[in-house]
Design a protein around this ligand. Structure first.
Ligand code: NAP
Ligand code: MG
Length: 407
């Protein structure tokens, strides 16, 4: 298509490139499925681990700033370095997780949603619709302080206010060795979390459930419950009623039991740790990690879309050895379509949203017609005749998309 025939995207999208196998797929997706059809300006940030190292990780902060300026970003999976990666890439230091950095900069909440196809059934047979997880991404045990208690003594928690007044509580009178942990959260962060969940429930037109443990944690978890209820009553009750959706709070164990008996189609808001654990449970119960999308939503209405999986390191090493891989690019493509649709919604350009819808439809039809990569072939009923390689699968989508769009 000439540029004049392409669909014009009015406002730029922030593109954040990443590492390993997903970086290889990223370029194919962009070159074969996006740029041939869209006339879009991409504000590009290369978060390849080497680039983060060269810039002392400034590039990650710059990418987050760009999302603040433009509103919508799409991100490839990136390596979060550990000791082994420091050696592998000769890094100056163990840089922090880019996702953590971007999340902190945007004060965002992460929502994960499985992509369902007819030939891959969830292992929970009652689930007919996606279950979306909203994970609070700040505080609790992820920002804790811990003490390895060596022997007898007093474990206490202390708060000193701005005037120097102390509030002190005894946690445990230790008779021998043990462990001690301090965690926190802030009203501001909990409120942002509640708002982001309520906005996203409205966006997706699904009921919102929130589970915590306020019967045991009568101050900490109870605070979450209270803040959610306050935010709901103040700004959302009416909008939920108009949209025909509901919000309810229940104990986390009851929420788990209800989820297992539901048919899906809900947004399940989880505290940080619950969300970490439950999103992996949901991803594997819905099928493949490669079929889980993820979006970071900030309370100001900024959006960053990505795949929920990592850089697929093992496949990348095969790729480097010159072997062919069968890596699934669905979640990465849905990151692109998610960003493109949101851009279209914000710009008021329905033809842009329509392109995203069409690409997603073609992907689902391709898989449902038996054309899929190895991760899905293992789960699919009926079994496909062959397993598609990474690029071969993208090419199959491309030719169907061409038919769909050019007729
Ligand atoms: P991973 O990339 O999620 O892959 C784990 C395994 O899951 C793969 O070996 C593969 O299983 C399967 N898998 C995941 N995505 C797949 C796909 N698209 N197609 C087919 N199979 C897929 O996790 P990892 O290999 O443990 O982590 C690699 C790097 O990713 C780490 O450095 C980590 O820091 C980073 N990471 C980044 C993000 C992010 O940027 N959002 C998230 C998580 C991890 P088989 O080998 O059995 O085929
Ligand atoms: Mg996890």
């Amino acid at each position: 298509m000439s540029n004049a025939e392409k669909i014009k995207v009015r406002t730029p999208i922030v593109e954040i490139d990443g590492d390993e196998m997903t970086r290889v797929l990223w370029k194919m997706i962009k070159d074969k499925l996006i740029l041939p059809y869209l006339d879009v300006e991409l504000i590009y940030f290369d978060l390849h681990l080497k680039k983060r190292d060269e810039t002392d990780d400034r590039i990650t902060l710059e990418a987050a700033e760009a999302i603040k300026n433009y509103g919508v970003g799409v991100k490839c999976a990136t390596i979060t370095p550990n000791g082994a990666r420091v050696k592998e890439y000769g890094l100056k230091q163990e840089w922090k997780s880019p996702n953590g950095t971007i999340r902190a900069a945007l004060d965002g909440t992460v929502f994960r949603k499985p992509i369902m196809v007819k030939n891959v059934k969830p292992s929970v047979t009652l689930w007919k619709k996606p279950i979306i997880i909203g994970r609070h991404a700040y505080g609790d045990v992820y920002k804790n302080q811990e003490i390895l208690v060596p022997g007898p003594g007093k474990g206490e928690i202390v708060f000193t206010d701005a005037q120097g007044n102390e509030t002190r509580k005894l946690i445990q009178e230790f008779k021998g060795p043990g462990v001690l942990q301090g965690v926190h959260n802030t009203d501001r962060s909990i409120r942002s979390f509640a708002k982001a969940c309520m906005e996203y429930a409205l966006d997706q037109k699904v009921d919102l459930w929130f589970g915590a443990k306020d019967t045991i944690s009568k101050i900490y978890d109870a605070r979450f419950k209270t803040v959610f209820e306050e935010v709901f009553e103040k700004d959302y009750r009416k909008r939920f009623e108009e949209a025909g959706i509901t919000f309810f709070y229940t104990l986390i164990d009851d929420a788990v039991a209800r989820i297992m008996r539901s048919e899906g189609g809900v947004l399940w808001a989880c505290k940080n740790y619950d969300g970490d654990v439950m999103s992996d449970m949901l991803a594997s119960a819905f099928g493949s990690l490669a079929m889980m999308t993820s979006v970071l939503v900030s309370p100001e209405g900024l959006f960053e879309y990505e795949a929920a999986h990592g850089t697929v390191q093992k496949h990348y090493y095969k790729h480097l050895r010159g072997e062919s891989t069968s890596t699934n690019s669905v979640a990465s493509i849905f990151a692109w379509t998610g960003a493109i649709r949101k851009r279209g919604e914000l710009d008021g350009t329905p033809e842009v949203c329509e392109f995203a819808d069409r690409l997603e439809k073609v992907i689902l039809e391709t898989i449902e017609s038996g054309i899929m990569t190895g991760d899905l072939a293992r789960l699919s009923e009926p079994k496909p005749e062959k397993v598609y390689l990474s690029e071969e699968w993208i090419d199959a989508v491309r030719s169907r998309l061409d038919q769909e769009i050019r007729g």
